[in-house]
Structures are given as structure tokens and as C-alpha cells.
Design a protein. Structure first.
Length: 195
């Protein structure tokens, strides 16, 4: 047993736990922070992702003894940290995932959201390819990823004050409608009539 001095979601904490426990076990079974999910428990799924000094990190592979003095952010910390910074409601990334329906069972969502936070703080205007690369370590069994990528694009555009980009299917549909619409003839005034 050892006492770890950790900084979690802005709070300094002394936590007693077996020395060999992972950060994920300390978060879930000592601190009750169960938002970080225990999926594979061996570094494959990304469900346990937290931020360590802003960098996405797999909590199932991180040892608390190596994290003393570092800033640990879990999904539970996003809303209070957002409000402490003067925001209202939930963090904008959480809100965008909600509005885009970017979840089904929700098991992957905390990790996806924290990886998105890290991506957007490094790159506020990511391309679809860059979003896919940034979330490549976060596996989702349910959604097919499309709404997740759309949520990241939505929050990136909204935070930057840009017009939200339309999903590819909406652009294709608009092109189909435009191609199928009869061309409007320019208005020709009639000549020869008496005033
Ligand atoms: S639980 Fe950590 S990567 Fe799967
Ligand atoms: S919503 Fe179920 S794993 Fe992603």
C-alpha cells in the first residue's frame, strides 16, 4: 500500500492504494471516478483515456507513482473546469457529441471526448483525416464513427465562429436537388403593349 499525491480535475488528493495499481484502478476504485471505462485493460480500446497535462493517456497502462505533480483530467472534470473558466452548461465537446447523437451505448464516449479535447487544443481546425488519426486509438463498437467525426467538426467550427460544415451526405443531396431543378428562365418583359 502506498499514498499517492495526485492532482485530479484540479483537486490535490492523497490516495492510498496498492503500489501496483494502475491509474485507472485508483480513479475507479479509490476515487469513485467511474467515467473512465475499464474496457480491455491492456491498452487496446481507448475507453480509459484521461488527459495527463493535456495529453491523452491510457489510464489502464499508467502507474500513479509516475504521475505525482502532473495534472490529471477525467471526464468528470470537464464540466466543472468549463464552468470555472466562465462557460455555462457542459463542455462544448460534450454538447456537440450530444447534439450529433455521437453515441449509442456510450462506453467509448468519455475517451472519445477527452481525445477530442486534446486534438482541438493542438489543432483548432482539423481536417476529417486529422480527426480520424487523432481518434484512431479510441474504439467504438456501436456508432460506425460518422456522428463522432461530425461532432468534432461541429464543435471545431462553432468554437472558431465558422459556419458549421455540412456532412458529405447533405452536400451530395443539395447537389442532386440543384441538378434536378429546372433552370429558371430570366424574366422577359412583354413589348408592344400600350401603357
Ligand atoms: S481499458 Fe485501457 S485501453 Fe482499453
Ligand atoms: S457508443 Fe458504444 S462503444 Fe461507442
Amino acid at each position: 500500500m502506498r499514498v499517492f499525491r495526485l492532482q485530479v480535475n484540479g483537486d490535490p488528493l492523497d490516495v492510498a492504494a496498492p503500489e501496483h495499481w494502475s491509474l485507472l484502478e485508483v480513479l475507479r476504485y479509490r476515487l469513485g471516478l467511474t467515467g473512465s471505462k475499464q474496457g480491455c485493460d491492456k491498452g487496446d480500446c481507448g475507453a480509459c483515456t484521461v488527459l495527463i497535462d493535456g495529453t491523452p493517456t491510457l489510464a489502464c497502462l499508467a502507474l500513479p507513482a509516475t504521475l505525482e505533480g502532473k495534472d490529471i483530467t477525467t471526464i468528470e472534470g470537464l464540466r466543472p473546469l468549463h464552468q470555472k473558466a466562465g462557460g455555462q452548461g457542459v463542455d462544448p465537446v460534450q454538447d456537440a457529441f450530444d447534439r450529433c447523437g455521437a453515441l449509442q451505448c456510450g462506453f467509448c464516449q468519455p475517451g472519445m471526448i477527452l481525445s477530442t479535447k486534446a486534438l482541438l487544443s493542438d489543432n483548432p481546425d482539423p481536417s476529417r483525416r486529422e480527426i480520424q488519426d487523432a481518434l484512431a486509438g479510441n474504439l467504438c463498437r456501436c456508432t460506425g464513427y460518422t456522428q463522432i467525426f461530425q461532432a468534432v467538426e461541429l464543435v471545431a467550427d462553432e468554437v472558431a465562429g465558422r459556419e458549421p460544415r455540412k456532412p458529405a451526405w447533405a452536400q451530395a443531396r443539395e447537389q442532386e436537388i440543384a441538378a434536378a431543378s429546372p433552370k429558371e428562365e430570366p424574366f422577359q418583359p412583354e413589348h408592344g403593349g400600350q401603357a
